[in-house]
Design a protein around this ligand. Structure first.
Ligand code: HEC
Length: 177
């Protein structure tokens, strides 16, 4: 055996021992300790999606309509709605559609008016008293994407008066509920 070979062998051996020793000493110095519980639990992430918004209660308008004041409703619509709507038979569209005969008519009732897709998607639904009640209390919540830029009428007595007035916009007003 040559001395050169022994030297080479010794070098490899030394390197191996040094490597092992470094591992042992290193783990003594750092003392890694295994966690009993995983630091991050992937399965148990708290739900981040907010729970679905609670449905907003809109009390029924039916019981108020018999005693509602259509004349007051006319005055309110004159102040609040007439900037966008006409109410006479055959009246032209403004920013919003004409509202003659709206009660019990279908959504998006006016021929040729440029309704929002949200309103058009409800074309098979009737504007009965409760549908009007919900829409007028909050147009955007009732018909998502509506073009009616009106926040809503919170006062249920005023809504009843307005709906009672809308009911009169017909040659044969719908029966009261
Ligand atoms: C800023 C203008 C504006 C105001 C104010 C406004 N509206 Fe509207 N209204 C619209 C527009 C625009 C539409 C069509 C909405 C759509 O296509 O989504 C509409 C739609 C409607 C509809 C549905 C009509 C149909 O053919 O389906 C009713 C009912 C209605 N409005 C009632 C009212 C009443 C009652 C008031 C007052 C309390 C009012 N609006 C105030 C612009 C307005």
């Amino acid at each position: 055996m040559s001395l050169e070979f022994n030297k080479g062998f010794a070098a490899v051996l030394t390197a191996g021992i040094a490597f092992m020793g470094a591992g042992v000493i290193g783990s003594q110095l750092v003392k890694p300790h295994r966690l009993h519980e995983p630091a991050i639990t992937l399965g148990a992430v708290a739900p981040t999606a907010a729970p679905a918004a609670a449905p907003v209660e809109v009390p029924p308008i039916g019981p108020l309509l018999a005693a509602a004041n259509a004349d007051n409703g006319r005055a309110i619509t004159g102040r609040v709605c007439a900037s966008c709507h006409t109410f006479t038979e055959g009246g032209r569209a403004g920013v919003g559609p004409n509202l003659w005969g709206i009660v019990n008519n279908h959504h998006a009732h006016m021929e040729g008016f440029n309704y929002s897709p949200g309103m058009r998607s409800k074309v098979a639904e009737a504007w009965d008293y409760e549908a009007l009640n919900h829409f007028l209390s909050s147009p955007a919540r009732t018909v998502p994407g509506t073009r009616m830029a009106y926040a809503g009428m919170q006062n249920i007595g005023q809504r009843a008066d307005v709906i009672a007035f809308l009911r009169t916009l017909s040659a044969t007003p719908a029966p009261l509920p």
